[in-house]
Design a protein around this ligand. Structure first.
Ligand code: ATP
Ligand code: MG
Length: 563
């Protein structure tokens, strides 16, 4: 389909209108502004695809800006993983900026606000300030410190920065309007004291740190961002974003932007991504990691980018998923089945097929006399162009225990003594003749005979059977640890339930089996994808070595989403 025929999302429409009107001299600049206090999750990817996507599509630039204004929660570890994850997704940023680069400018601006009578130091507790906020229908109550003389505000704010005031004892508030129907205008906090933690970049240089509302818009402005795109919960903050910018742009031009008095960033909001059977709050994810309820941020059950990668999701499938769900102004919940459907569709076309036997029982072909032979099987049935692999065949094979029944009715088409013919995948037709059991009655060996003239790919290979079963030749088989992952939570929307979200974890989200797999998998490399026939799609785990193969289940074969 032609690119132009795809309809524009509402942000693209805004951008095209701005371009047509020459807003900001036709410049397009976006940013992705993660707080380095956790790993990126698939919700962030929705924002990443928007921010980087707009820049790519309209010849602009998208920068990476770490919103690092809270040293108590942030760390360099997170900065590094965020960069790595964005690169893995296939996006390229222009510059890397940090909100902490602007601490001096922001501090100087705060001083100007104080001098202009537009900010004051409040000595009340956080609780008192919250109590005075009022409600959407009732105005707030003014702080007793609201009308402090400018000189006193200056002196106290400077003392706050020098580390002379204890954390929590004072804040700097914007003096705006305690009666404003938008609660965010009721003298929002601009600065707070944090002395308990050093900053991961600026160390102990600062004792006061700007709040989101005072830092974000100004950072956009210093960098020259034109379209500041974020999620809908910030829509109510937009007037405050504009208020602070009004104070420093246009006729109040403060000289801190390289683009002059007429340049102005604009905030735009789209709907967040929420997905069923998972949580996407960094706080909750951190709790799962810290308490060992998952194996780490990159546990394949986590909705993080590194978790999805380890689960076997490709960057392309994740980006395709974002295209499918699109961008609107309506909040909702996306079925996790759609995400699974997207990776399944991707792997269906690309993942080579191999045999892996999860619950093995030995099959002995009593009339097979040869030393063994090599069978050439297509990687994907019917797609010769996608290559072939070699499978060893011989007298003793592993098959699935469930593919043999000692006594079966005529609805069971697989192996059972009594004459029914079954094809071994890509090779011969066999008939079961009997089995051997241990003292407890468990079947230890299944016996069968084969028809030497029935080999697939030969003339006799066209003979049809009602069932085909998978097998792996015993001498060449490898043992593999196979991790069968399922959804992390047992309920659709864990965040909406009463009580502790940790009680809602799916107890069956991980099962481990030791499978017998084809010897060809010895060559498998980290992140290689396979379809284990009849079992699902699997990826080579980061822990895998040639001596100890480990595979993760990406998704099952069955697609519930299409129903
Ligand atoms: P949390 O609240 O879990 O800490 P956050 O939203 O504060 O997450 P940030 O690092 O501040 O995380 O987010 C960076 C950007 O990613 C923001 O622009 C935010 O709007 C966007 N983002 C975060 N979560 C989602 C989501 N679920 N869907 C879409 N965009 C998101
Ligand atoms: Mg945030």
């Amino acid at each position: 389909m032609e690119e132009q025929e795809k309809s524009l999302n509402f942000i693209e429409q805004i951008v095209e209108k701005d371009l047509a009107e020459g807003v900001n001299d036709g410049r397009i600049q976006t940013r992705f502004p993660p707080e380095p206090n956790g790993y990126l999750h698939i919700g962030h990817v929705k924002a990443i695809c928007m921010d980087f996507g707009i820049a790519e599509k309209y010849n602009g630039v998208c920068n990476l800006r770490f919103d690092d204004t809270n040293p108590a929660k942030e760390d360099t570890e997170y900065v590094e993983t965020i960069e790595r994850d964005i690169a893995w997704l296939g996006f390229k940023w222009g510059q890397i900026y940090y909100a902490s680069d602007y601490f001096q400018q922001l501090y100087d601006l705060a001083i100007q606000f104080i001098k202009a009578g537009k900010a004051y130091v409040d000595e009340q507790t956080a609780e008192q300030i919250a109590e005075q906020k009022g409600t959407p229908t009732e105005p707030g109550v003014a702080s007793p410190y609201r009308d402090r003389p400018i000189e006193e505000n200056l002196r106290l704010f400077e003392a706050m920065q020098r580390g002379e005031i204890e954390e929590g004892k004072m804040v700097l508030r914007a003096k705006i309007d305690m009666g404003n129907p938008n609660m965010h205008f009721r003298d929002p906090i601009m600065y707070r004291i944090i002395t308990s933690h050093p900053h991961h970049r600026t160390g102990r240089k600062w004792n006061v740190y700007p709040m989101y509302d005072f830092a974000h818009g100004q950072s956009d402005y210093f960098e020259g961002v034109t379209h500041s795109i974020c999620t809908l919960e910030f829509e109510v903050h937009r007037p405050l974003y504009d208020y602070f910018l009004d104070q420093i742009t246009g006729e109040n031009f403060c000289g801190l932007s390289p683009y002059g008095p007429n340049y102005r960033p604009k905030q735009r909001e789209f709907n967040r991504l929420n997905i069923t059977y998972t949580v996407m709050s960094k706080r909750k994810m951190l709790q799962l990691v810290k308490e060992g309820l998952v194996a780490g941020w990159d546990d394949p059950r986590m909705p993080t980018v590194c978790g999805l990668r380890r689960r076997g999701y490709t960057a392309q499938a994740i980006r395709t998923f974002m295209d499918k769900i699109g961008y609107t102004k309506v909040e909702g919940m996306i079925d996790q089945g759609l995400l699974e459907h997207t990776i399944r569709e991707d792997l269906k076309e690309t993942a080579p097929r191999v045999c892996a036997i999860f619950d093995p029982v030995k099959l002995v072909i009593t009339n097979y006399e040869g030393e063994g032979e090599t069978i050439i099987a297509e990687n994907i049935d019917g797609h010769e162009e996608l290559g072939t692999r070699e499978m060893k065949f011989g007298k003793e094979l592993w098959i699935e225990r469930g593919d043999f029944l000692e006594e079966a009715d005529n609805k069971f088409y697989r192996l059972s003594p009594g004459g029914r013919e079954v094809r071994l995948k890509a090779s011969y037709i066999i008939q079961a003749t009997g089995c051997e059991k241990d003292a407890d009655g468990n079947i230890t060996t299944v016996y069968a005979t084969y028809d030497p003239n029935s080999k697939s790919g030969t003339e006799g290979g066209n003979r049809k059977t009602k069932a085909t079963i998978n097998w792996v030749e015993c001498n060449s088989a490898l043992d593999a640890e196979v991790r069968l992952y399922d959804r992390l939570f047992a309920v659709e929307n864990p965040s909406a339930e009463e009580g502790d979200f940790r009680d809602l974890l799916n107890p069956d989200s991980l099962k481990v089996v030791t499978a017998k797999v084809e010897g060809s998998l010895a060559k498998a490399k980290m992140q290689d994808h396979f379809q284990f026939l009849k079992q699902g799609y699997f990826v080579v785990d980061d822990d895998s070595t040639p001596e100890h193969l480990v595979f993760n289940r990406t998704c099952s074969l069955k697609d519930n989403y299409l129903k």
